[in-house]
Design a protein around this ligand. Structure first.
Ligand SMILES: [Zn+2]
Length: 213
């Protein structure tokens, strides 16, 4: 949906679970050459893989699909830097960065190596998800990254029989919710794909783009 508004790059910085290639149906990533992270500013820049008009870079391109990610925090930072600065990114209007859940070392790396225009949080309706995401908000405020808002995923199930919304999780007390921190709810995404899928995500893209100015 953002692609309708400009050139979009996707940086899959979820080093622990780089799922973006699989989600976009990129079966055999091209980056099979070896690379040396100790050599800062390598001569040959990586090229993003283009898929459906999206420019995609993922840790999954550097690691095999079945290769577990077991790296120290300092190496993670080098890897993140390589994927940000060692890539020949085309001119982009939006760079969407997928990060691991919670407050990992990658959030710090990202804020260190890029000026982040805004963070969009994604959470499920459970109380623990709200509590964990509140910590993420505090981290971003500490890192001076603007929080644009949050998307409530798996917010409800659309009943296939009557079309009513079915709540899958107990309602979180307002005082314990993310919304009590003044975070805007940007979208409510149902558990399964529904007929209004495109308009839901279209409205989300519109809201995010307008907040970015
Ligand atoms: Zn029903």
């Amino acid at each position: 949906m953002l692609r309708d508004r400009g050139a979009v790059g996707i940086l899959d910085l979820d080093l622990y679970a780089p799922d973006i290639p699989a989600m976009l149906g990129i079966a055999h990533p091209k980056w099979t050459h070896s690379w040396t992270i100790a050599r800062a500013g390598s001569a040959v820049a990586e090229t993003p893989v283009e898929r459906d008009g999206l420019h995609v870079v993922s840790t999954g391109f550097l690691l095999g699909e079945d290769q577990p990610m077991g790296l120290e925090a300092s190496t993670l930072d080098l890897l993140a830097r390589h994927l940000i600065h060692g890539v020949a990114w085309p001119a982009l209007d939006f760079l969407v960065v997928d990060l691991p859940a919670g407050t990992s070392a990658l959030q710090h790396s990202l804020a260190r190596h890029l000026t982040v225009s805004g963070a969009v949080l994604v959470l499920t309706p459970q109380r623990v998800a709200h509590l964990d995401t509140q910590k993420v908000v505090r981290l971003y405020r500490h890192l001076r990254v603007p929080v644009l808002g949050a998307v409530e995923n798996m917010a409800y199930l659309r009943c296939p029989h009557c079309g009513n919304e079915v709540e899958l999780f107990p309602t979180v007390d307002e005082a314990q919710s993310l919304w009590s921190m003044g975070i805007e709810r940007l979208a409510r995404i149902p558990f399964t794909r529904t007929d209004d899928h495109s308009s839901l995500f279209g409205a989300l893209a519109e809201r995010v783009a307008s907040k970015l100015g």
